[in-house]
Design a protein around this ligand. Structure first.
Ligand code: FAD
Length: 310
């Protein structure tokens, strides 16, 4: 059995494994795909101390750093369920999709999240070429350009306010007849001169010139008429879905499915910690996920040295 088993191989999982292995304890990572969301990222300009890098490059560095330590790295392994220890201090069991079971005295869950997509023609084709999901990450790439934000919840309206300070013009599209964001955010949004809000709009297509996005087609749900808006960028803000389907009914999750943790990364099950985008952590960024992974691993170590083996 492991002392600390990390589920997930994104930035938070890699950081957790390195911190655990540096304590000289038996450490493993089981991950579906090493690198996580970072593998799907092109330009990264906010990983502090590295002015500019690319996702796959950062992932290669991460993997090299992990492999420098005595970490049992198991990729292509998808966790299917978690079983809490039957006695205090006992083993946590992780059942994998392939039928095998891994046991560990402590577990760090870092299975991340995925952006909800619009599922319209052009979205996949122009992903990273105008279609974006993270305003903190990609906002500055659209300086002086016209962008759309899809979604009028808190994240969409926050994104529109954020982007309005960087880009030339923002059009916010909401499917419903009203915005769902907090009133104070809506007021701020409506006060901005370079923002237009279009309600009751269903996005139907992302258009492009073969290289980059050049527009967006939407249907006015009141009249059924199709309209085209010319623009260079589209930020999709219709939800970030945590990868916790496999944990339903075992750990305490929020209604949105995020793992509830305290400031030490502790979950509702003793010996089980969590870190990164899969948790209630308010901002989802690489540098934040790494810090959270380090916190969770140190908490796991603290748990191990204070807990007797039954
Ligand atoms: P993830 O990176 O999501 O990793 C999750 C890991 O868990 C993966 O290894 C996955 O395979 C694994 N996994 C999932 N389910 C299971 C399971 N059941 N069993 C086993 N393994 C599982 N952040 C920035 O700071 N700067 C940027 O420029 C930036 N740009 C981005 C661009 C895009 C297109 C996207 C999608 C995200 C971007 N982000 C950026 C956000 C950043 O990628 C995330 O905040 C970060 O990757 C979160 O790390 P994580 O380790 O918590 O989760």
């Amino acid at each position: 059995a492991f002392d600390t088993l990390v589920i997930g191989g994104g930035p938070s999982g890699a950081a957790a494994a390195i911190y655990a292995a540096r304590k000289g304890i038996r450490t493993g990572i089981a991950a579906e795909r090493f690198g996580g969301q970072v593998m799907d990222t092109m330009a990264i300009e906010n990983f502090i101390s590295v002015k500019e890098t690319e996702g796959p490059k950062l992932v290669a560095n991460l993997e090299q750093h992990v492999r420098d330590y005595d970490v049992d790295l198991m990729t292509g392994q998808k966790a299917k369920s978690l079983k809490a220890p039957s006695v205090p201090g006992g083993l946590v069991e992780i059942e994998l999709e392939n039928g095998a079971t891994l046991a560990s005295r402590s577990v760090v869950i870092s299975t991340g999240a995925r952006w909800r997509e619009m599922n319209v023609p052009g979205e996949q084709e122009y992903r990273g070429r105008g279609v974006a999901y993270c305003p903190h990450c990609d906002g500055p790439l659209f300086k002086g350009k016209r962008v759309a934000v899809i979604g009028g919840g808190n994240s969409g309206v926050e994104a529109a306010i954020d982007l309005a300070g960087i880009v030339a013009h923002v059009t916010l599209f909401e499917f419903d007849t009203k915005l769902r964001a907090d009133e104070v955010l809506q007021r701020k949004l409506r006060s901005l001169p370079n923002v237009e809000i279009i309600m009751n709009a269903l996005t139907t297509e992302v258009t492009g010139n073969g290289e980059k996005v050049n527009g967006l087609v939407y249907k006015d749900r009141a009249t059924d008429e199709a309209h085209t808006v010319e623009l260079e960028g589209i930020f999709v803000q219709i939800g970030l879905v945590p990868n916790t389907e496999w944990l339903k009914g075992t750990l305490d999750l929020t209604p949105r499915g995020e793992i509830i943790i305290d400031e030490r990364g502790q979950t509702s099950i003793p010996g089980v910690f969590a870190a990164g985008d899969v948790t209630t952590s308010p901002y989802k960024q690489i540098i934040i996920a790494m810090g959270a992974g380090a916190t969770a691993a140190l908490s796991a170590f603290d748990y191990l040295i204070r807990t007797d083996v039954p």
